[in-house]
Design a binder for this molecule. Structure first.
Ligand code: ADP
Ligand code: MG
Length: 592
């Protein structure tokens, strides 16, 4: 047996590959440190603990699996050559065999191999893990499937046999346009990794979504000869996403419809606005930024019972819905009516975190209701008046005639005549309400009528320390009217104005032409009218005066209504009251 020089041994021992050297008789001449372990793995019978067990022994001594092939190769070549040797742990190694010569003479054989069993095991584990969690397929450059893992079969519902050799196109669902696949293929063909979401169709026709990665593997001429397709099933995720999208769309459609249909406000848990829609701004006459962060109290008035607001708040803060009709006040002070539903949105613990207020504008309905109520009362009185007036007036004419003839104390006589006049006056007030068959409308200038009434009232005004401030320096507008009736309205309003100032004061009378209307305002500096009483104005027999009859305003409102106009009242207690009459101008030529 030959041996190797010691320094050679020292170097060979440190080489990472497994090396052993046999002499020409196939006896072990040298084994490096790495190889000892593996030789132990190669044989199935012996227990080798170190190099010493092997050096000098013949290779046949190992009695390993595939030994015959190895011996055959060692005896017959060709050289260099490779032999596969199975290991005890189930893996195998590929041994490179060559002869070596010194001075032209065959001295023995060198056997080397790399120990890759560890890598192989790791690779196997990785492959198993991948197969377990991912859909893996290989295709050639045309898209023909060359490999399909279990998961792929599971998801596509095809057997492996049905997939291999077929083109990936068979899975197309029709969702993506052809161009999509062409672009993808071109991109991958250029050697890129492509990622995206694809909807494929399974054998049973059902569709599934995958997150897909495609990349080319191995390329000799620059073109991929193999494509790896790795996918994860995201069908469930996609479905949830689609559902979410649909729900979001539904919500926004719903919000749009609500925005269109109603006055909408959203309030936070402190009952402050966090959102108001356009309708809300339009009706309240506030800008959006003037409302955001504010309480809806802004839209109620001090005059209007505030406990209503507190009642609503109490109800909704308890998590209950509040519904009702409310009078609101716009920024310019004008009032509007809404039918309102406040819905609290509740947290899991039942506490409201937001409130939604849906409102409908019912101002017109409310105004109509009010007017109907008044008209109804008027028509009842009107009917009564028509009957009563004749019954009272006829005997009254007789009484008055005879009273003038009676020869008694002129003071008493005068009282009787005055009282008869008073009865006559009240009856004639009622007459106004009777069917307007006798009324004849003619075009007349307004200013002379007003001046006339002022003149009539002047002496009484002097007694009461009241002055009339008349600002009528206009060309007198014409109105189509029943003169006596209009004069009666001016008389009623001016008398009320005087009566509202027990300590005297001024009555301002102004006239303005706006659009096709003439506005006449009669303003006093009197005691004013309490806010809750304003609504009662015009109701028959509503009076706050000891000697009042509560008919003046009723009759006046009625006359103005018959003339196609309306009356507006503004009043502040202890500051004064202003009645503004608006009636349409006459467009016809003057007829005196
Ligand atoms: P009367 O004058 O007989 O009381 P009216 O119909 O003329 O009846 O008026 C009804 C009520 O309206 C009055 O009693 C008074 O309370 C109120 N009123 C009308 N005009 C004024 C005014 N200018 N200032 C204060 N209160 C007024
Ligand atoms: Mg009066």
């Amino acid at each position: 047996m030959n041996s190797l020089p010691l320094d050679t041994i020292a170097v060979l021992d440190k080489i990472g590959d497994n090396i052993f050297i046999l002499d020409t008789h196939l006896d072990f001449l040298f084994i490096n440190d790495h190889a000892v372990n593996l030789i132990d793995q190669m044989n199935f019978k012996l227990d080798i603990t170190g190099k010493e067990d092997l050096i000098g022994k013949n290779i046949e001594f190992l009695d390993m699996d595939g030994c015959e092939t190895l011996l055959n190769l060692l005896y017959n070549g060709p050289f260099p050559t490779k032999a596969n040797i199975n290991l005890r742990n189930g893996s195998s190694v590929k041994i490179l065999i060559d002869r070596f010569y010194i001075g032209g003479e065959l001295k023995g054989y060198v056997l080397t191999w790399k120990d890759v069993s560890e890598y192989e095991r790791e690779l196997k584990d990785i492959k198993a893990a991948l197969d377990e969690s991912l859909i893996v397929a290989f295709t050639d450059r045309l898209g023909n499937i060359t490999h399909a893992n279990e998961k792929f079969c599971e998801l596509s519902k095809y057997t492996r046999g049905e997939l291999i050799g077929r083109n990936y196109k068979m899975l197309r669902s029709g969702y993506h346009p052809d161009q999509f696949f062409k672009d993808t293929q071109r991109y991958v063909n250029k050697g890129n990794l492509w990622q995206g979401q694809i909807m494929d169709k399974a054998k049973d026709g059902s569709c599934y979504w995958t997150q897909t990665t495609i990349f080319p593997l191995g390329s000799n001429d620059g073109k991929p000869y193999q494509q790896v397709v790795i996918q994860t099933d995201i069908t469930e995720q996609k479905r949830t996403e689609e559902k979410l999208q649909a729900t979001l769309k539904e919500l926004s459609d719903f919000r749009f419809a609500l925005d269109q249909a109603s006055i909408l406000g959203i309030l936070d848990d402190n009952y402050r606005f966090i959102y108001v829609n356009d309708n809300f701004c339009k009706i309240s006459k506030y800008e959006r930024q003037e409302l955001i962060g504010k309480s809806p109290r802004l839209l109620s008035s001090e005059a209007y019972p505030n406990n209503q607001f507190d009642r609503i708040l109490d109800t909704v803060k308890k998590g209950q819905i509040w519904q009702g009709e409310l009078k609101k006040f716009a920024k310019d002070g004008s009032e509007y009516w809404v039918e309102i539903t406040v819905v609290p949105l509740l947290e899991k613990d039942g506490k409201p975190y937001q409130f939604i207020s849906f409102q409908q504008d019912i101002t017109v309905r409310k105004k109509t209701e009010e007017m109907l109520q008044r008209t109804e009362k008027l028509s009842v009185i009107g009917e009564l008046a028509a009957g009563l007036a004749h019954e009272i007036r006829n005997p009254l004419t007789a009484i008055k005639g005879f009273a003038q003839l009676i020869d008694i104390n002129t003071v008493y006589k005068q009282v009787i005549l005055d009282e008869i006049d008073r009865i006559n006056f009240i009856v004639s007030e009622f007459m106004v309400l009777a069917k307007p068959h006798a009324i004849k409308f003619v075009s007349k200038p307004v200013i002379p009528m007003i001046k006339q009434i002022v003149t009539i009232l002047e002496s009484e005004a002097n007694l009461r320390n009241v002055q009339f401030e008349v600002d009528l320096n206009q060309s007198s507008p014409l109105v189509l009217c029943e003169q006596n009736q209009l004069k009666q309205v001016f008389l009623n309003l001016m008398k009320n104005a005087m009566e509202a100032m027990p300590h005297g004061g001024k009555v301002h009378i102004d006239l303005e032409v706006i659009g096709g209307m003439v506005e006449i305002s009669i303003r006093d500096e009197g005691i004013g009218i309490a806010p809750d009483k304003i609504k009662k104005l015009g109701e028959p027999f509503f009076t706050t005066k000891e000697r009042g009859n509560g008919l003046g305003l009723m009759v006046s409102y009625n006359i103005i209504q018959i003339h196609g106009g309306h009356v507006r009242v503004e009043s502040e207690p202890n500051i004064g009251t202003c009645f503004t009459i608006t009636i349409p101008l006459c467009k016809e030529p003057m007829m005196f």
